[in-house]
Design a protein around this ligand. Structure first.
Ligand code: AMP
Ligand code: ZN
Length: 505
């Protein structure tokens, strides 16, 4: 029996507003999509809360035996400052500010996003598609929506006709917004807009020739509407209807509402069975966001260099802090909460080191003894609770509370040599559950192995720089890198095929 059958998962579905039993379209396969970053600047801690939440969903579903295809996109075109498809293009604007090509901006912030994910132990998704890599699919989708009569073209742009769509379907089914109220609230704008109704949104947007990012389409040169990329890429990699779609609560409207309308408008099918929305990371009760000036960047956190930070915090302490609350509750940042999380993380991480070194002494010590069935039942309860809490809408907060109980038991095991009172099977089950929930499910690494990885990464960067210096015949620099590393105890060695290895003394 697969673990997902033993511990069936339930998910709070934003579409129905209810917690529902999770039944994938085609078990054991699960299609999971989450909206990725718009790569026009560095991700802040709020963004990371959402990415960490879906990382844990991906990890847990995989752990219990599902074959998960996790798609998390990179928005590298089409995201304007206004969600309805007007305003300034975020990537073009950053490019102007930093005096770079738009694709240099995209490359720079995609790389930086990946670096941060690695630090926070956020796994790479199975597929990470980009909007610019799927222009053809997006144009095809616009054509389908136009053919089905749910969009209109004007001045080289194509807009989704929300009022027309709503005659047959329900625009607002996800967010609970009422179209009449939306129309009422936006009437003022109507007069100046080329759209038929202010709530219509661009699925293709004409741009002027000085807009660097632009593509040829049947309607002239332009860019895809932001909402469209997720419809096109979700459908391409996960099918017309897939299992789970996630994102932050702020994306529910209009982004996800529009995504549903586009899919229904193009393919006649609602794209997603379970919508999951994470709640916001707040600072003094206000959503953390770049525009409010209350956001800080991961590197500011590790250096403790932001005015809101009393000191520096490590990535794992921050990850732990995020997992201590359920994804659907707001999480307020404070130095007190982060310091408490730091202590909690150390406690669990010490127990992780202890339990890894611990082996059951059976049969030598416990020969002739009968096992302590009460203790075994207690351990069994903890193991079960790890699964039931995670299967209950991915409750990381309650799971961490059980891991604290388990860590206290691990310390008792050590001090009182408790393992001799239980069977080898009970001990191993308990040990492996603790290790796998910490490392595989919650993604909490002990900092030493994390530091080792960091060190390997840094040395490899230096090795690459030294190779470059050699190929540039800059031998002074390449020798300097070798000698300085040597003085720190890192010995570089030439390996096969020009490869370079190293040892640490
Ligand atoms: P963006 O790059 O702005 O599209 O955001 C990437 C992801 O971060 C989206 O899923 C947002 O909903 C999410 N997000 C933005 N701000 C916060 C916040 N303060 N707390 C949690 N998630 C956030
Ligand atoms: Zn999206």
């Amino acid at each position: 029996m697969a673990l997902y059958e033993k511990y069936p998962v339930s998910i709070s579905n934003s579409l129905s507003g209810k917690k529902e039993l999770f039944t994938p379209v085609k078990a054991p396969f699960v299609g999971l999509y989450s909206c990725g970053p718009t790569v026009y600047n560095e991700v802040h801690l709020g963004n990371l809360r959402t990415f960490t939440s879906f990382d844990v969903v991906f990890r847990y579903l995989t752990h219990i035996g599902y074959k998960v295809r996790y798609v998390r996109n990179i928005t590298d075109a089409g995201h304007l400052t206004n969600d309805a498809g007007v305003g300034v293009d975020r990537i073009e604007e950053s490019a102007k500010l930093e005096q770079l090509e738009p694709m240099e901006i995209v490359q720079k912030y995609t790389t930086s996003f990946h670096d941060v994910c690695r630090m926070f132990n956020i796994l790479p998704p199975s597929i990470e598609p980009t909007a610019t890599g799927h222009i053809v699919e997006q144009i095809e989708m616009v054509k389908k929506i136009l053919n089905n009569g749910y969009a209109y073209e004007i001045n080289g742009s194509v807009y989704f006709d929300v009022r027309k769509y709503n005659e047959k379907h329900n625009y607002g089914e996800l967010s609970g917004r009422n179209i009449d109220e939306l129309l009422e609230g936006t009437r003022e704008l109507d007069r100046q807009d080329e759209k038929r109704n202010a709530i219509d949104f661009a699925i293709w947007k004409a741009v002027s020739p000085n807009h660097i990012q632009r593509w040829t389409s049947p309607w002239g040169e332009g860019i895809p509407g932001w909402h469209l990329e997720c419809s096109a890429m979700g459908t391409k990699y996960l099918g017309d209807q897939f299992d789970i779609h996630g994102g932050g609560m702020d994306l529910k409207f209009p982004h996800h509402e529009c995504e549903i309308a586009q899919n229904v408008g193009a393919l006649g099918k609602s794209p997603v069975r379970y919508w999951m929305h994470t709640n916001m990371l707040t600072v003094n009760g206000e959503k953390m966001s770049k525009s409010k000036g209350n956001s800080f960047l991961p590197r500011e956190l590790f250096a403790g260099s932001h005015p809101l930070l009393a000191k520096a915090y490590s990535p794992m302490a921050v990850r732990f802090f995020m997992l201590q609350s359920h994804y659907s509750s707001t999480l307020d940042f404070s130095n007190e909460a982060l310091s408490a999380a730091e202590k909690g993380f150390k406690k669990l991480s010490n127990a992780l080191t202890t339990v890894k070194e611990m082996n059951h002494p059976f049969p030598i010590l416990s020969k002739g003894r009968s096992t302590d069935s009460e203790l075994e039942a207690e351990l069994d309860r903890m193991v079960n609770e790890c699964y039931t809490f995670m299967s209950n809408d991915f409750n990381t907060a309650k799971t961490l509370a059980v891991l604290f109980e388990m860590s206290a038991k691990i310390n008792e095991f050590k001090s009182k040599n408790l393992a001799i009172f239980i069977s080898e099977e009970a001990f191993n089950n308990f040990k492996h559950t603790y290790i796998s929930f910490m490392e595989d499910v919650l993604g909490i690494k002990d900092e030493e192995s994390h530091n080792q990885e960091l060190m390997d990464g840094v040395i490899n960067v230096l090795i690459e720089l030294r190779k470059k210096a050699r190929s540039d015949k800059n031998f002074a620099l390449s020798d300097k890198i070798r000698d300085e590393l040597k003085s720190l105890g890192v010995q570089l060695m030439d390996g096969k095929d020009g490869e370079m290895n190293y040892t640490i003394e």
